[in-house]
Design a protein around this ligand. Sequence first.
Ligand code: TXA
Ligand code: MG
Length: 316
Amino acid sequence: MDDRETQHLGTTAPDLARAAELLRQGGLVAFPTETVYGLGADARQGRAVADLFAAKGRPAFNPLIVHLADMADAAQYADLSDDAARLAQAFWPGALTLVLPLARDHGLSELVTAGLATVGLRVPAHPVARALLAAFGGPLAGPSANPSGRISPTTAQHVLAGLSGRIDAVIDAGPCPVGVESTVVGFDGETPILLRPGGVPLDPLEAALGRRFSSWDDGRAISAPGQLRSHYAPRVRVRLNAEAPEPGEVYLGFGSGTGDLNLSPSGDLSEAAARLFACLHQLDALGRPIAVAPIPETGLGQAINDRLRRAAAPRT
Ligand code: TXA
Ligand code: MG
């Protein structure tokens, strides 16, 4: 498996042309988005998508997000209800993934959707992601570019630490500005469902539709195969809502106060989200258990706490 030479690409036009060529040949290219780095493969090539699952060690029942250059491309792959179109209008390009019924003749590999009748679509906002999608000119399957179950990557160095030798290239555009993955929204009939909290907080989503969302664990019929309890896991143990570290622990602070690292000394949730995975990567490397300060459950705090709860969950 570890037999690929992983090219470290920049963001110039020739670099992106090279990346697009690798993708057309069925290769695997990690690319920046505003949320986290994604691992791209041509979503229409079954062989490329199979390689992608293998490189990540991802269970094949967990479907992939398909990244598109433009909202106008979405109708080729999925049927958009009025509410879905309204959310797409309001939040694309951006940190929102919509899970929608597959269109007829969508042309995507069945592996992408894990055999479901739905597909997750996202139009990212990061200028380098958009330039790559334009150069490639097709749908890009893109899970986070980390080994399955491990901490998501927010720098090219994180990508290489997890996947070097397993992928063909990484496009290095520096750290990701949002830092947590996209918000995933699906529909159970007419009811909007929050399948994963993420970079777009719930309040503006509910405001855009003028109604409340349900949660995926409300006994809904909709499938949420990605919601494995243990996920985003460091190798070491993680303890949440800790006012202070216990002996032997390293402390990840938030707001004023001390800590080995601090997500945001000023208590800013956007800054905390942007730094979350880099801090976890850094503390994980120390090999000592991690205690994390309490984080408010408002706005982006919902996505941060979701990732922290998974990091702290018993390993499956
Ligand atoms: O920000 C992000 O979303 C990043 C960047 C690269 O776009 N991608 C990402 O992908 O986080 P991944 O594969 O790590 O997470 C995608 C989530 C998973 O929980 C998956 O189960 C869910 O989206 N998902 C994708 N398609 C789905 C579908 N058809 N039905 C239900 N859930 C779906
Ligand atoms: Mg992931």
